[in-house]
Design a protein around this ligand. Structure first.
Ligand code: ATP
Ligand code: MG
Length: 226
């Protein structure tokens, strides 16, 4: 499903360069739920952004669903990003002026799904995350946990092949974090979606099938090879 080959990322100019990823390789089979752990600055978000086609590597390659990603092909990467990938961020990133269902329906708008089809699909997805009764609420009228559940519904509405979650529970208290984690696990099981999730929380990581630990731009431990 996902293969990462000797990925390197260096920021800055040739004279003052900062290596952030120093040869990352791993592969993720379809249906996996894998945690990425590591201290602040170890390169976790940089890795997620490259795998999510939001940023380009300095060296190395990524293969998604059989095809090597051509980072220079902007239209193609945009198509893959919108169709095959789903994103969940720490800060929820919901649009404040749209209702919950309208936020969930946004990827359908980008996919040019016919207008009358969007609302019922979004409502069905909100039902899956237990928020059918909050469909007309705006983000400011929802709790943090509810906002993140809306964001999870938005990430999953097009049934992406791979969901990338960068500290999805990082803004939530521990009880709400555990609820969002339980939701992700439930959706992972029911929908068979592949998930790569950055977390600082060892308890939450312990509930994933696999843990990859990063330090200084390298993988220092991978539970798949423990
Ligand atoms: N655009 C950029 N230009 C220069 N350096 C950057 C840039 N983005 C990130 N970095 C540096 O790359 C390193 C890794 O950053 P990254 O955001 O991937 O870390 P992280 O593991 O996600 O950390 P955190 O747990 O705090 O989110 C950091 O030292 C950061 O300062
Ligand atoms: Mg980060």
């Amino acid at each position: 499903m996902l293969q990462v080959f000797d990925l390197e990322k260096t920021y800055g100019s040739p004279t003052r360069s900062t290596p952030v990823l120093r040869g990352i390789s791993f592969s993720l089979e379809a249906g996996a739920f894998c945690a990425v752990l590591g201290p602040s600055g170890s390169g976790k978000s940089t890795l997620m952004n490259i795998v999510g086609l939001l940023d380009q590597p300095s060296a190395g390659a990524v293969r998604l669903d059989g095809a090597i990603v051509d980072y220079a092909a902007a239209e193609e990467t945009a198509r893959v990003r919108n169709g095959d990938l789903g994103f969940v961020f720490q800060a929820f990133n919901l649009l404040p002026r749209l209702s919950a269902w309208e936020n969930v329906a946004l990827p359908l708008l980008y996919a040019r799904t016919a207008r009358p089809d969007r609302k019922p699909l979004a409502l069905a997805m909100l039902e899956q995350v237990g928020l059918a009764d909050r469909a007309e609420h705006r983000p400011a009228e929802l709790s943090g946990g509810e906002q993140q559940r809306v964001a999870v519904a938005r990430a999953l509405i097009r049934r992406p092949k791979l969901v990338l979650a960068d500290e999805p529970t990082g803004s939530l208290d521990s009880v709400t974090a555990a609820e969002v984690m339980a939701l992700l696990r439930d959706l992972h099981r029911r929908l068979g979606v592949t998930i790569l999730m950055v977390t600082h929380d060892r308890d939450l990581a312990g509930r994933c099938d696999r843990r990859i630990e990063m330090l200084d731009g390298r993988i220092v431990h991978d539970s798949a090879f423990a």
